[in-house]
Design a protein around this ligand. Structure first.
Ligand code: AP5
Ligand code: MG
Length: 202
């Protein structure tokens, strides 16, 4: 099934990219541009870990190891945020979906809620640059999974479990492949221009 872009609704965008590609950086800016909610599963999970909720206690060991948190846990977390009566109209989902099972569940939710997605933005950045950015952030902010060993595992997991979603969304006519290297302002203008060409604009 192909989902068509619509100009009448607030944008519903997905950011699909490897660790360090700029999902958070660009996701925040896109959400601000369109006046929609930025929902980053990694941020939500880190909040749960920081406050030691049951979700956080279950997620922590996976995150520390650079593995994906189990699908049912992540799906509950996301659907709690975008579901409801009525479901959220516009949003930027950052770091979700990350597995084919998550993508299929998200698609079912979208169709059932009449909230189909307008575009999936993929950010392409060479691996050495991803590693450089993450190590730098690790040194500056101390994010627990920004160390050499865990970064390598996060990149491996991305290739195996998440990269297949690029074809999943390309088949549905939703994929926008954006060069994610260079200055963040430049990346942002590439994304906004591609979205405008698709009929998604503020
Ligand atoms: P998550 O928090 O999503 O981490 P990630 O995918 O590894 O990505 P990052 O947040 O590290 O990078 P980013 O792409 O957001 O880039 P950013 O803008 O920050 O997930 C963490 C963990 O949670 C996962 O490993 C997993 O365990 C779990 N999880 C999350 N979602 C899940 C799901 N759906 N299913 C199962 N488990 C899930 O940029 C990175 C750095 O680069 C920053 O310092 C930034 O300032 C800098 N930067 C950004 N853009 C540029 C640029 N253009 N030039 C130079 N520097 C830049
Ligand atoms: Mg992020």
């Amino acid at each position: 099934m192909t989902q068509m872009a619509s100009t009448s609704a607030l944008p519903r965008l997905l950011l699909l990219a490897p660790p360090g590609a700029g999902k958070g950086t660009q996701g925040r800016r896109l959400a601000e541009l369109f006046g929609v909610t930025h929902i980053a599963t990694g941020d939500l999970l880190r909040e749960h870990v920081a406050t030691a909720t049951p979700v956080g206690r279950e997620a922590k060991s996976y995150m520390d190891a650079g593995e994906l948190v189990p699908d049912p846990l992540v799906l509950t977390l996301v659907l709690d945020r975008i579901g409801g009566e009525p479901p959220l109209d516009g949003f930027v989902l950052d770091g979700f979906p990350r597995t084919v099972a998550q993508a299929e569940a998200a698609m079912r939710w979208a169709v059932d809620s009449d909230r189909t997605f307008h575009a999936v933005v993929s950010l392409e950045v060479p691996t050495p640059e991803l590693i450089r950015r993450l190590l730098e952030r690790g040194r500056a902010s101390g994010r627990a999974d920004d160390n050499e060993v865990t970064i390598a595992e996060r990149l491996r997991v991305y290739e195996v479990k998440t990269a297949p979603l690029l074809a999943f969304y390309a088949r549905r006519g939703l994929l926008l492949e954006i060069d994610g290297s260079g200055d963040p302002d430049l990346v942002f203008s590439r994304i906004s221009e591609a979205l405008t060409r698709l009929g998604v604009s503020s």
